[in-house]
Design a protein around this ligand. Structure first.
Ligand SMILES: [Zn+2]
Length: 226
C-alpha cells in the first residue's frame, strides 16, 4: 500500500477524517516553517501525497463552483472544471510550491570569468497572490562572477526562475527570491534581476479607480517605449 495512504489510515481514528492539507499544515507549524503562497513546502510532503492533495483541492473547488450557483451536475462545460483546475494548480501553475528545486549543480569558476554575464530575456509565467490572476513577463539576470564564484549551466537559470514563478507571487518578492537563490548558489560579486511583467488582474477586472487607471497608463506608456 502507498505509504501516504497507509500513514493517513493509521493516524486516522474511526469516523474521523482529517484533511491531508491540515496534516501537512501541522507538520509545517511544528517545524516552525513558513508556508505563504510563494513558499516551497516540498520537504514537508511525503511520497504519494500530491495525488491525494490534488483530490482534496478538487473537492473544495467543486464546492466553490456550487457556491457560485453553477449547476455542475448538469452543465457539461463545468462538470470536470474542479478536477481540471485542481490539476492545473497543483501540477502546473503552482507546482513550484510542491516540487523540489530543479537540479542546478554549481561548478567552480575555473576559467576565472570576470565579465558581466547577462541571461535573458527569459519568459516568465506566474500568478498574483492577490487574485490568482496570471502575470506574464520577461526577466533578465545579470551576474558579475568573481574568482571564487560558482557558475551554473545557462539552461539552469530558466529552470530555477520557473520554479520560483510557479507559485502565487508578488512581483517584488519573486525578484527577491530569484536573487536570493542565485546569490546562495553563485556567490557572485554582483547580481541584478529585472522583471518586467503584465498583471492580468488589472486587465481582467477592469479599471475601477483613478490610482489603478494611473498605474495602468504608466504600464502602457512603459511598454510602448520598450
Ligand atoms: Zn492581482
Amino acid at each position: 500500500m502507498d505509504t501516504a495512504i497507509k500513514d493517513m489510515l493509521e493516524t486516522q481514528r474511526p469516523g474521523e477524517c482529517i484533511p491531508l492539507s491540515q496534516r501537512i499544515r501541522e507538520r509545517l507549524q511544528q517545524a516552525g516553517a513558513r508556508f505563504h503562497a510563494n513558499d516551497n513546502i516540498a520537504p514537508f510532503l511525503q511520497d504519494g501525497e500530491m495525488e491525494l492533495l490534488q483530490h482534496e483541492v478538487a473537492g473544495k473547488l467543486q464546492a466553490v463552483l456550487r457556491a457560485l450557483v453553477i449547476d455542475v451536475d448538469n452543465d457539461h462545460n463545468t462538470r470536470d472544471t474542479a478536477a481540471r483546475v485542481a490539476k492545473m494548480f497543483v501540477q502546473e501553475v503552482f507546482a513550484g510550491r510542491y516540487q523540489k528545486a530543479p537540479a542546478a549543480t554549481e561548478f567552480p569558476n575555473c576559467e576565472r570569468l570576470n565579465e558581466l554575464l547577462i541571461v535573458g530575456p527569459l519568459r516568465v509565467r506566474s500568478a498574483c497572490s492577490h487574485h490568482l490572476c496570471p502575470i506574464m513577463g520577461r526577466i533578465w539576470i545579470g551576474v558579475m562572477p568573481s574568482k571564487s564564484s560558482n557558475l551554473i549551466g545557462l539552461s539552469k537559470y530558466g529552470r530555477l526562475v520557473q520554479w520560483i514563478m510557479s507559485r502565487p507571487q508578488i512581483q517584488e518578492e519573486a525578484v527577491m527570491q530569484t536573487a536570493d537563490i542565485l546569490e546562495s548558489k553563485l556567490r557572485p560579486d554582483g547580481l541584478a534581476v529585472v522583471l518586467e511583467a503584465d498583471h492580468y488582474c488589472m486587465h481582467w477586472r477592469g479599471i475601477k479607480d483613478a490610482s489603478l487607471r494611473r498605474e495602468f497608463l504608466a504600464l502602457v506608456t512603459n511598454r510602448s517605449m520598450t
